[in-house]
Ligand binder design. Structure first.
Ligand SMILES: Cc1ncc(COP(=O)(O)O)c(C=O)c1O
Length: 387
């Protein structure tokens, strides 16, 4: 067993929000204002998000999970329908497809980018297919031209899970500026946070109004001033306190992204010479991609330790790591739809060896050096060949 070195510096989280005093004071002002749930700050946050997303309408919700559920309802996906998605993503995608009563149809991911392998989608499209949900990965977005050409050919809705990539650009345009429905997350681990929160970028005022109904009980107003419900809507409205924080964070997004990019450059530089891990794609247009996570694949076949032991060894050095992501089709819920080991080899290879290294806007290049030195040391100590 590894022992904890006595001179271990402060623990390094693998993700962390960056909230400045001005933002905290702004949130306190909303708390003091007497109007703390959805109101004017939500409208301002939505307007700012819309401006960021090239002018398309945006509606805020309490999480990206809520956003995906509401987007599925907006797309009228329900019992008897199928939704094609990639198994290398977060549980939310699987959960929400099942929650609305539809069947998830998994395809594999691309080996390096981890994005949905669009080459596998067409063969899975059948008479019950209604939508495709790709999750965009940091460092490289899914090929939107190919995705939408496919969706148009088969008359399918697309819900882009952009939880990890606010601030990324596709052919020079921000995520959300083009496409169908695009969902965002403002969880504390994401590029910007509203504590909890999410949003849907949609196609026009009719859809925006429908989202407003779906996120708030399904309530519609009758001309006589009374209310009606024709659909069991949820309760997913974002409070103003959260929206105020989100708005302040959005203003800082360019700065956060710049820090994250420079930290990732350091990771690439250090991993070029240090341990033999498989790295994410290094974008040619470095400035066009946002980096929410830096996930590497461990060379487990050349090590005498498991991923758990590797992560424990890093934790003993004060370095926290994550696993992004487990293979969705091999979760207990995924297996209920008949999936088994070997069905999606790239997803399974990645899920078994991936480790999420620390990356957030409060880190320094010295922190990256510390992580890389620890990775190199642990890997060197546990190589099968001893070298
Ligand atoms: C890829 C991806 N999609 C969706 C979500 C759900 O986000 P939220 O926590 O805002 O519901 C997450 C959360 O980590 C995620 O990683």
């Amino acid at each position: 067993m590894e022992t904890t070195p006595l001179d271990t510096p402060a623990p390094l989280k693998f993700a962390s929000p960056f909230l400045d005093e001005t933002t905290i004071a702004a949130a306190a002002d909303v708390l003091r204002s007497g109007h703390i749930t959805s109101g004017p700050w939500v409208e301002r946050f939505e307007a700012a998000l819309s401006a960021h997303c090239g002018g398309r309408p945006v509606r805020a919700l309490t999480s990206a999970t809520a956003a995906i559920e509401v987007a599925l309802q907006l797309a009228v996906v329900g019992p008897g329908d199928e939704v094609i998605t990639c198994a290398q993503s977060f549980f939310t995608v699987l959960n929400m497809i099942v929650k609305v009563g539809a069947t998830p149809v998994f395809v594999d991911c691309e080996p390096v980018t981890r994005n949905i392998d669009l080459g596998q989608v067409e063969a899975k499209i059948g008479p019950r297919t209604r939508a495709i949900i790709p999750t965009h990965w940091p460092g490289s977005l899914a090929d939107l031209d190919a995705l939408y050409a496919l969706a148009r050919r088969h008359n399918l809705r697309v819900i882009e899970d952009a939880a990890l990539v606010i601030g990324s650009r596709y052919r020079g345009r921000p995520v959300g500026a083009i496409g169908d429905l695009v969902t965002l997350s403002f969880h504390p681990n994401k590029n910007i946070t509203s504590i909890e929160g999410g949003a849907i970028v949609c196609n026009g005022d009719v859809e925006a109004k429908r989202i407003e109904t779906l996120r708030f009980h399904g309530i519609e107003r009758r001309p006589d001033g009374t209310r009606d419900v024709a659909f069991p809507g949820g309760k997913f409205n974002l409070p103003d306190v959260n929206a105020r924080i989100g708005l302040a964070q959005l203003e800082r997004l360019p700065g956060f992204l710049a820090v994250r990019r420079s930290l990732v450059e350091r990771y690439f530089a250090r991993f070029a010479t240090d341990p033999g891990c498989e790295l994410p794609p290094r974008p040619a247009d470095g400035d066009g991609q946002s980096w929410n996570m830096f996930c590497v694949l461990l060379p487990l076949d050349r090590l005498t330790i498991t991923r758990k032991e590797f992560r424990d060894a890093l934790a003993a050095r004060g370095i926290m790591t994550g696993v992004s992501y487990e293979a969705l089709h091999l979760s207990t819920l995924g297996r209920r739809f008949g999936y088994r080991e070997g069905d999606l080899p790239e997803t399974e290879r990645i899920a078994s060896a991936t480790v999420t290294l620390p990356l957030h806007a409060a880190m320094t290049t010295a922190d990256i050096d510390r992580v890389c030195a620890a990775c190199a040391e642990v890997i060197a100590r546990h190589r099968k060949d001893g070298r």
